[in-house]
Design a protein around this ligand. Structure first.
Ligand code: SF4
Length: 170
């Protein structure tokens, strides 16, 4: 099982029990504030994400949570470098979830950004083109990533470094 989650580009990872996952009630307010400019832009982000209670119910259907980060020393204002790092992190996530699918392991994957599978999301004009592959951002499920880092001694912030996080429930 452990080998399915291995990837050379993962910088840090932890496996914790789903019941330990902390939530941040304010996270949906952050989505509405639209600092990432993705609010109301894709099927993967609020407001087209289930209620926080429903998200918790979905998560609680799984026993374990594999949390991983991918980071690089880059300037946060370097949009191209940040975007490349984000895409790399999502590629790690999809590589692992493809393995889980091949091995028939039921899971729920949450990414580090809005779903980026299609160049232009079909939202809101037509249904999601790949509902089986689409991933919601960790934050859209109201999960408090900073608290997870505090609990598990993972690095949340490092100087001159951008870090992205994903979680796979299984
Ligand atoms: S798979 Fe495509 S249509 Fe579905 S949420 Fe992702 S980008 Fe949008």
């Amino acid at each position: 099982m452990k080998i399915l989650f291995e990837h050379n580009f993962i910088d840090e990872c932890r496996t914790i029990k789903t019941e330990e996952i902390p939530f941040d009630k304010k996270s949906r307010d952050y989505c509405k504030a639209n600092l990432c400019s993705m609010f109301g832009k894709t099927w993967s982000c609020p407001p087209s994400v289930a209620s926080v209670d429903e998200c918790k119910r979905q998560i609680n259907g799984f026993e374990n949570a594999f949390v991983f980060s991918h980071k690089r020393r880059i300037d946060f204002s370097d949009n191209e470098a940040v975007s490349t790092l984000r895409d790399e992190t999502m590629n790690i996530l999809h590589t692992i979830t493809d393995r889980l699918k091949k091995n028939g392991i039921k899971h729920l994957a949450l990414g580090c950004s809005a779903c980026n599978i299609c160049k232009n999301c079909s939202y809101p004009d037509s249904p999601c083109r790949f509902p089986d592959k689409m991933t919601h951002p960790v934050e859209s499920y109201a999960i408090d990533v900073k608290k997870i880092c505090d609990m598990t001694a993972m690095t949340y912030l490092a100087e001159n470094t951008v870090t992205f996080f994903c979680i796979i429930f299984y």
